[in-house]
Design a protein around this ligand. Structure first.
Ligand SMILES: [Mg+2]
Length: 416
C-alpha cells in the first residue's frame, strides 16, 4: 500500500489549522493535525518542502519505520516544528491503517479500556459572580471537572480569562456565545499583556476557597499557572491551594528546567501536571524517574503523533503517572480525535482537556467523537472518524494570528 500523494492544508475557520492529508495509491486517505499555534506556516513549510517529497512511494503501513526515518533522518532532532510535522504524518498513517482494517482507530491500539474519557472544561471570570456563572454553564452542559481561571486585581487582562461573554472582536473563535478563552489574536504583532506574580499569589487561594464554598467539595477543580512562577513561588502556590483539593495544578514553572519541579515537590502535595510544550519522551525523563509530576500534558499533535505519545504514556505508567492531554481549540478536531482514540485505549488515562471547537471548525472537520455526561466517546467509524471539507476550507483562508507576549509591571519581558 504505497503513498501516492500528501497535501498540506491550511485553513482558518475562526483560527488557523494545519492539516496533512495522505492518499494511498488505492485512494485511501488519512488526516493528521500539524497545528502549532502562532507559528503555523513554519510547520506547513517543513511538511511541504521537506517531508512530503520523502513520503511519496513509501509503504503506508510502515508507521514505526516512517516515524524513525523522519525522526532520526532529520539529524536535527526534536523541537515543536519537527515533532508536529512527524505527528501529522504518523496520525494520518494510523488513520489509513484503521480505515483499511475497517476498525475505529482505538481498536488497533488495544481496544477499549474504559467507557469514555472524563474531560474538563474551561471556566473563567474576571470577578467571582462571572466565574460562578461560567462554572454553572459548564455543569449544565454536562462537564464533570472544571478548570478555574480568574482575573487579578490591578491587571486588565489575564491568561485563561475570557474578556466577556460574546466577546467576538479580537478573539479568534468568532461569535459563539461561550465563555471560552482563545488567546491567539489576529494581529500583525502579538498583543502585550502585563503580569504581577505577587498579586496573583495573594489572590488565587481566596478564589478557590470561594469556589469550594459555592460548589462544594466534590467537583474536580483544576488550575493553570502557565509557566510564570519561580520554583519557590510555585511551591508557595501549591501549598496555599492544598485545602481546596485540586485535581491538578498545571504548568507552575517554565518547562525547560525539569529540576525546578523538585523544589516544588518538596513543599506541596497538590498534584502537578506539565508538558504541553514538550515534544518528546526525553523531555519527561527526569520528571518521570524522580516522580516529580502526576499528569502528562503533551498532545498527539506536538509529541510525534500517536506513536510518540503512546511511548510517553507507557513510560509514565512505570511511575504511576497518568495522561492529561492538552486539548483546547489550538489542536484541531483531527488532533483531538487522535487523543480520544489513544485515551480510550491506554491503561493510565487521567483526564482529557476539552474546550469545544466552534461551529465553523466542526463544519470543516465533521468530527465523529461525541460529548455526553462529562465524557468524550470515540467515533465508531473506521479510522479517526474525522473528515476534511475542501469547499468549507476554501471559504476560510489563513490569517496571521499570534499568542500574546507578557511583561512585568516594570516592562521586563516575562513568560506568557
Ligand atoms: Mg497549560
Amino acid at each position: 500500500m504505497r503513498i501516492a500523494s500528501a497535501e498540506v492544508l491550511v485553513a482558518s475557520p475562526g483560527r488557523n489549522f494545519v492539516t496533512l492529508r495522505i492518499t494511498t495509491e488505492d485512494g485511501v486517505t488519512g488526516l493528521g493535525d500539524a497545528t502549532l499555534n502562532g507559528r503555523e506556516l513554519a510547520v506547513a513549510a517543513y511538511l511541504a518542502e521537506h517531508l512530503v517529497p520523502l513520503l511519496i512511494g513509501r509503504d503506508a503501513h510502515a508507521i514505526e519505520d516512517t516515524w524513525q526515518y523522519l525522526y532520526r533522518g532529520a539529524y536535527w532532532r526534536r523541537g515543536p516544528v519537527t515533532m508536529a510535522s512527524i505527528a501529522a504524518v504518523d496520525t494520518a498513517l494510523w488513520d489509513i491503517k484503521a480505515k483499511v482494517a475497517g476498525l475505529p482507530l482505538y481498536q488497533l491500539l488495544g481496544g477499549r479500556s474504559r467507557d469514555g474519557l472524563l474531560v474538563y472544561g474551561h471556566a473563567s471570570g474576571a470577578e467571582l459572580p462571572e466565574l460562578y456563572d461560567s462554572i454553572r454553564e459548564h455543569l449544565e452542559e454536562g462537564y464533570r471537572a472544571i478548570r478555574v481561571q480568574t482575573g487579578i486585581p490591578g491587571l486588565p487582562s489575564v491568561y485563561g480569562v475570557a474578556s466577556s461573554r460574546n466577546a467576538s472582536a479580537g478573539t479568534a473563535e468568532g461569535t459563539d456565545a461561550r465563555y471560552d478563552y482563545e488567546p491567539a489574536r489576529r494581529s500583525a504583532v502579538p498583543v502585550e499583556e502585563r503580569w504581577d506574580t505577587r498579586a496573583y499569589l495573594r489572590h488565587a487561594p481566596g478564589v478557590f476557597e470561594a469556589v469550594r464554598n459555592e460548589f462544594g467539595p466534590e467537583l474536580p477543580l483544576l488550575h493553570d499557572a502557565h509557566h510564570r512562577l519561580t520554583p519557590i513561588q510555585a511551591a508557595k502556590l501549591g501549598k496555599s491551594l492544598e485545602p481546596y483539593d485540586l485535581f491538578w495544578l498545571e504548568d507552575v514553572t517554565p518547562a525547560e528546567n525539569q529540576a525546578a519541579l523538585r523544589r516544588v515537590r518538596e513543599h506541596t502535595t497538590t498534584p502537578l501536571a506539565i508538558g504541553e510544550v514538550f515534544n518528546t519522551i526525553w523531555d519527561y525523563r527526569e520528571l518521570f524517574e524522580e516522580q516529580l509530576i502526576d499528569y502528562v500534558r503533551s498532545p498527539v499533535t506536538h509529541a510525534g503523533g500517536i506513536t510518540g505519545l503512546r511511548r510517553i504514556f507507557d513510560y509514565a505508567a512505570v511511575y504511576q503517572i497518568k495522561s492529561g492531554v492538552h486539548g483546547p481549540t489550538d489542536v484541531s478536531p483531527v488532533g483531538l480525535a487522535a487523543a480520544v482514540h489513544l485515551g480510550i485505549a491506554i491503561p493510565n488515562f487521567g483526564i482529557q482537556e476539552y474546550m469545544q471547537h466552534s461551529p465553523a471548525t466542526n463544519e470543516l472537520f465533521r468530527p465523529g467523537y461525541a460529548f455526553a455526561e462529562g465524557k468524550l466517546m470515540p467515533s465508531e467509524t473506521p479510522g479517526l472518524g474525522v473528515s476534511y471539507d475542501d469547499v468549507v476550507a476554501a471559504a476560510h483562508p489563513y490569517e496571521a494570528a499570534y499568542l500574546p507576549v507578557n511583561r512585568l509591571l516594570d516592562g521586563s519581558m516575562h513568560d506568557w
